[in-house]
Design a protein around this ligand. Structure first.
Ligand code: ASC
Length: 153
């Protein structure tokens, strides 16, 4: 590979990582809300099976379980709660996210642990139900403390 090619690659990858690290606040908010939206819809599909509203389908259950497991920690991984993302856009995130970051991360991590356990449990309706109940507690645990009822401008 020519030196100039290496230099172009180096600059391209550098600017890609900088762009990612410094995503605009509104884009960070969109990012984390998108992950929440997909997780909620996937959780809804799984809960419909758990409640017997739709027939249990192992392949579909495992697919949604995997989606939740994979998306669960993306908002933290991607740094989507950065400076300036606490207001000024459509967010219901509570100011406590930023005033008590360790506690917020601990609550988020409890969700991630429950989410990562979901795929292994989704192959069977009984184990799926138990895992969903655990997951729901961690969703609620974070939302009770770190999500407000209304948008804050
Ligand atoms: C969801 C969703 C939530 C949680 C919560 C769990 O699917 O949108 O906010 O689960 O209901 O208690």
């Amino acid at each position: 590979m020519k030196i100039t090619h290496i230099a172009v690659l180096a600059v391209a990858s550098l600017s890609a990582s900088v762009a990612f690290a410094q995503a605009k606040p509104e884009d960070q908010i969109k990012y984390r809300q998108s992950a929440m939206t997909i997780n909620a819809r996937s959780n809804g599909a799984l809960n419909a099976m758990a409640k017997g509203d739709v027939p249990f389908n192992k392949e579909v259950a495992q697919r949604y379980a995997t989606v939740i497991a994979e998306l669960s920690d993306l908002p933290l991984l991607a740094g989507a709660y950065g400076p300036g993302t606490d207001r000024g856009a459509l967010t219901k995130a509570d100011p406590k996210v930023w005033s008590e970051p360790e506690k917020f991360k601990a609550a988020f991590d409890r969700f991630t642990v429950a989410a990562k356990a979901l795929p292994a449990a989704a192959g069977d309706l009984a184990t799926l139900k138990t895992a969903l109940a655990e997951l729901g507690k961690t969703c609620k645990g974070c939302h009770d403390n770190y999500r407000m009822n209304d948008y804050r401008m």
